[in-house]
Design a protein around this ligand. Structure first.
Ligand code: SF4
Ligand code: F3S
Length: 106
C-alpha cells in the first residue's frame, strides 16, 4: 500500500485524489489517509503531491513509520474524497513546517 505522511498535515492540497484509479483516499479535517484495503500500489499519486507526502509502505522514512498504522486507522473513520478541491488556508506556510503531527485533527 501507499501511505500519506506528515507533510500533508494542514496543507491537504488534494492533487493526489484525482488520479487514484480506485478512490482510495479518505478525507479528514486537515489530512488525507490512504485506505490500505483499496490501494493497488499504482504509484500515480506520488508525483502529484506538491509536498511529497506520499510513500510506498516499504519506503516510508524512519521518523514517519507511525503513519502506516495511522493511515489504516483513519481511513476506517473518514469518508472518501475523489475530486481535487482548494488546499487549506495557509497551506503554503504549513508546507515549510516539518514537525506537525501535533496539528493533526481527527
Ligand atoms: Fe491510489 Fe495508486 Fe496512490 Fe494507491 S498508489 S492511493 S491506488 S493512486
Ligand atoms: Fe496531502 Fe499531498 Fe494529497 S498534501 S492531500 S497528500 S496532494
Amino acid at each position: 500500500t501507499f501511505v500519506v505522511t506528515e507533510a500533508c498535515i494542514r496543507c491537504k492540497y488534494t492533487d493526489c485524489v484525482d488520479v487514484c484509479p480506485v478512490d482510495a483516499f479518505r478525507e479528514g479535517p486537515n489530512f488525507l489517509a490512504i485506505d490500505p484495503d483499496e490501494c493497488i500500489d499504482c504509484a500515480v499519486c506520488v508525483p502529484e503531491c506538491p509536498v511529497a507526502a506520499i510513500y510506498a509502505e516499504g519506503d516510508v522514512p524512519a521518523n514517519q513509520q507511525s503513519f502506516i498504522a495511522l493511515n489504516a486507522e483513519l481511513s476506517r473513520e473518514w469518508k472518501p474524497i475523489t475530486r481535487t478541491k482548494l488546499a487549506l488556508p495557509d497551506a503554503d506556510e504549513w508546507a515549510k513546517v516539518e514537525a506537525k503531527l501535533g496539528e493533526l485533527k481527527r
